[in-house]
Design a protein around this ligand. Structure first.
Ligand code: LMR
Length: 394
């Protein structure tokens, strides 16, 4: 059966993690996968998560099945965390999923049922799974201009011009905050423009929210998506708890369709539930339950928000320190965008050859497209990384 089959290309982001592990150089720096690391290079279990796990261990008395939509407390808690008070709960259909990746999958599967001819618009660049998954599902994918590679900031005019060509029913994939891989985000004015385009064209936004709280703050990071939810008849949301709760391997996520209340909302809910049933029946409970416990306990929630705030501050410090070190190394502000970007990632503008040289000659590992996980830097590594970037990229 498999004799004529060739394996698919290895995943772009995880491709080099094995090489990093096998690299004997003691000063190697891993800036590959989106993992938050503390000053000691660890990705710790958050204290609020540990407390919630203890509480679950002590009180949970059954592991009997829940519904196909997962834990309702988790789904409601995530809805409120993402959307605040801006839309009535009666407009929102939602399910728990297997991390944010399967939230995207379930939402795209639902789009395929309703509008199989929809074109899926994906930013250039984007998280590789967006195009990979939409293509795998048979959608016609088109990229829209997003990053101005001369400044490493947003190509606003290019984005607007391209998105104006979307047709009714097309899906526009947007990053809620902390754009992966570029770090360049939309301003509120840009979000307003996107809302106007969706209203004019009838295109549907699918907002991927994987880093809420890593940019400017929990509410601040959702200002754009909330604006769309308020102004548009239909918005799709895929959310991940991997980063902001540090639950990477526990796979906690949620998918939402914000639509008209009544029959449209009920239809969306029914389809989302059916997607889960046909994929894995029941979403995993452990990570979702932790999030549910944290979001609904005032003390734990406060502790979690404080930890998240500290993580955000560390990332911001890394950004500023690296931008300063690059200014000192190069005598120019060529890498100044590093400090202005939001979230874990920045594209540093390295060619594939420069990425190879960084790894081979300097033991600095970044993804092949030049994406750097800024949240993986430590204070000790920053001067070394800055020197390597300056040597390799001139
Ligand atoms: C990343 O982009 O590094 C993370 O979101 C991990 C992943 O699944 O790609």
């Amino acid at each position: 059966m498999f004799a004529t089959l060739t394996p698919p290309e290895p995943d772009k982001i995880f491709r080099l993690t094995g090489a990093f592990a096998a690299d004997p150089r003691p000063d190697k720096v891993d800036l590959l996968v989106g993992l938050y690391r503390d000053a000691e290079g660890r990705t710790p279990v958050m204290a609020a998560v540990k407390d919630a796990e203890r509480r679950i261990l002590e009180t949970q008395d059954t592991k009997a099945y829940l519904g196909f939509a997962g834990d309702q407390g988790f789904v409601d808690g995530m809805r409120d965390l993402l959307l605040g008070e801006v839309v009535p709960a009666a407009r929102v259909a939602g399910i728990a999923t297997v991390g944010g990746t399967s939230a995207l999958r379930q939402v795209l599967e639902m789009v395929r049922v309703v509008t199989p001819d929809a074109r899926v618009w994906i930013s250039d660049p984007s998280w590789p799974i967006h195009a990979g998954m939409a293509g795998h599902l048979g959608f016609d994918c088109t990229s829209y201009r997003y990053l101005d590679r001369a400044t490493n900031g947003l190509d606003r005019d290019g984005m607007i011009e391209d998105l104006r060509m979307a047709k009714a029913g097309d899906v526009i994939v947007l990053h809620g905050c902390c754009h992966n891989p570029s770090g360049a985000d939309l301003s509120l004015t840009d979000w307003e423009e996107v809302a106007a385009i969706c209203l004019q064209t009838g295109a549907i936004p699918l907002i991927d929210v994987a880093y809420q709280g890593f940019g400017a703050g929990l509410a601040e990071d959702m200002a754009g998506p909330r604006l769309l939810a308020q102004r548009l008849p239909t918005v799709l949301l895929a959310a991940s708890c991997s980063k902001n709760f540090g639950l990477y391997r526990d796979r906690a996520g949620a998918a939402f369709a914000i639509t008209q209340d009544g029959a449209p909302r009920d239809a969306a809910q029914g389809h989302l539930v059916a997607m889960n049933r046909n994929s894995f029946s029941f979403p995993p409970d452990h990570g979702a339950r932790i999030v549910d416990v944290i979001l609904h306990d005032a003390t734990l929630r406060q502790a979690w928000e404080a930890e998240l705030t500290a993580m955000r501050a560390t990332i911001l410090r890394n950004r500023r320190a690296l931008a300063d070190a690059m200014r000192a190394e190069t005598g120019s502000d060529r890498f100044g965008a590093l400090a202005a970007h939001q979230g874990m990632f920045s594209l540093i503008g390295a060619t594939p050859q420069q990425v190879d040289t960084l790894r081979e000659d300097h033991a600095v590992y970044v993804v092949g497209d030049g994406r750097m996980n800024v949240a993986g830097l430590s204070p000790e590594a920053i001067p070394r990384v800055a020197r390597a970037l300056a040597v390799v990229m001139g």
